[in-house]
Design a binder for this molecule. Structure first.
Ligand code: PGA
Length: 428
């Protein structure tokens, strides 16, 4: 049973406050977890409660969320069984009482949900990924295929490029260890190639590079060049994923997209054409948020056009929200779902979305946020659910490496098989 709950304000990778929670059980087991934060957020995400006090951390403080954990939530959860994760999560959602968890804050609620899971795992003397496997009814844990940020633009790099992320997928890797080695060499080769051209190699929000190239086509050329420079074969050893983050490209009128670096606007149909050109010209196998979160008809057309060939992942589109994922499945929209714990608000809710996606043949991709802490929870989440894919950011910065290094440890100790490219939706 839960003896005590306590929260504190700590900092994330952007130097902004976030919530960390300690849950202590009657047997002395401790679970600690902290909560990430996005920059390119979807409107339907669970609500992040911020203090909005301009004089302190420019309004980004989370002392109200912390107080909600220490007060109301601690009062309601004390004495409850930490091993009943679904019951705890249901209680948290009921206690909040709002659809997007804006009263107590999804940052308060998720921190408690994750810390309780860790405390239960400690009490049961189970590794966290085993505990998550049990909670998700999964008896086949597996190591996820990573998609790794190499080049950044959009809201992750001062809008230096219109597209938010270009990522490398180590297609021919046979383990997590080999995956990380391959993408680390691509990342270094990209840095060398940029330095040679006189481009700055400073880090973007997720530890990637921001070359500020004017078009997606040029960024893809740099990706292919970097893969080849690393001594790997583009398309065979390493393929490419793209996160357009098109919700951040809202144009001057509804249904229009603003490609500021290219100096033009595009319709939904023109965006689809641009993406189809990339797929034709480059070894692109996965595309996330190619269209706006409310452009459902555009998404349908995109999926009819490219869904058999490549993985089409909904992030802002689905926001790890069961109703939005159900709508996507019903309308034949996308074939992959980005999975972010803090978009949903609880562990059980997130596990439910992964299960629903799976049942419909949609590929789940467990993802970090651009604002992260050193908490490696998502590494265990990806392994325990056997999700098959993970997106953490680049192989730089402590908050990213905490997750990659945790995957290395889990691979060594669990012997779980590596998913490889079979986890990706689409045939390419
Ligand atoms: P975000 O980005 O956390 O800023 O939403 C994460 C991602 O790349 O999907």
């Amino acid at each position: 049973a839960i003896r005590s709950l306590h929260a504190r304000q700590v900092l994330d990778s952007r130097g902004r406050p976030t919530v960390e929670v300690d849950v202590v059980l009657e047997d002395g087991s401790l679970g600690r977890a902290s909560v990430p934060s996005g920059a390119s957020t979807g409107a339907a995400e669970a609500h992040e409660l911020r203090d909005r006090e301009p004089a302190r951390y420019a309004g980004f403080g989370v002392r109200r969320a912390v107080a909600n954990v220490d007060g109301e939530i601690a009062g309601a959860l004390r004495g409850l069984d930490a091993c009943d994760q679904p019951g705890l999560d249901r209680r948290l959602v009921e206690l909040d009482g709002t659809p997007q968890l804006e009263r107590l804050g999804a940052n308060a609620i998720l921190g408690v949900s994750l810390a309780a899971c860790r405390a239960a795992a400690a009490s049961l003397r189970q590794p966290l990924y085993r505990r998550i496997a049990a909670l998700s009814g999964n008896d086949a844990i597996s190591m996820p295929m990573p998609m790794v940020n190499i080049l950044s633009g959009g809201l992750h790099a001062g809008r230096g490029m219109d597209v938010q992320d270009f990522l490398a997928i180590p297609a021919s890797a046979r383990s997590i260890a080999e995956s990380i080695e391959m993408v680390a060499s691509v990342r270094s080769a990209a840095s060398d190639a940029m330095a040679r051209r006189g481009l700055p190699t400073l880090l973007a929000d997720e530890g990637g590079l921001s070359p500020g190239l004017p078009t997606g086509h040029e960024a893809l050329e740099l990706m292919v060049e970097s893969i080849a420079r690393a001594g790997l074969a583009p398309g065979r050893d390493v393929t490419i994923a793209i996160d357009v983050a098109a919700t951040s490209l809202k144009g001057p009128a509804p249904g229009r997209y603003r490609l500021a670096r290219e100096g033009r606007d595009a319709s939904s149909a023109e965006m689809i054409e641009m993406v189809a050109d990339w797929v034709r010209g480059f070894p692109v196998v996965s595309i996330e948020d190619a269209l706006d979160e409310e452009d459902w008809p555009g998404w349908q057309t995109l999926t009819e056009r490219l869904g058999d060939a490549v993985q089409l992942v909904g992030d802002d589109l689905f926001t790890t929200n069961p109703a939005r994922v159900a709508r996507g499945i019903a309308e034949g929209v996308a074939n992959g779902v980005l999975i972010k714990l803090n978009q949903n608000g609880t562990l059980s809710g997130t596990l439910g979305v992964i299960r629903r996606a799976r049942e419909a043949g949609y590929a789940p991709v467990v993802s970090a946020r651009s604002g992260e802490t050193e908490d490696p929870f998502i590494a265990d989440l990806a392994v325990g659910t056997g999700a098959g894919q993970i997106k953490i950011g680049s192989v730089r910065c402590g908050e990213r490496l905490a997750k990659y290094n945790q995957l290395l440890r889990i691979e060594e100790e669990s012997g779980a098989p590596f998913s490889g490219t079979s986890a990706l939706a689409g045939r390419r």
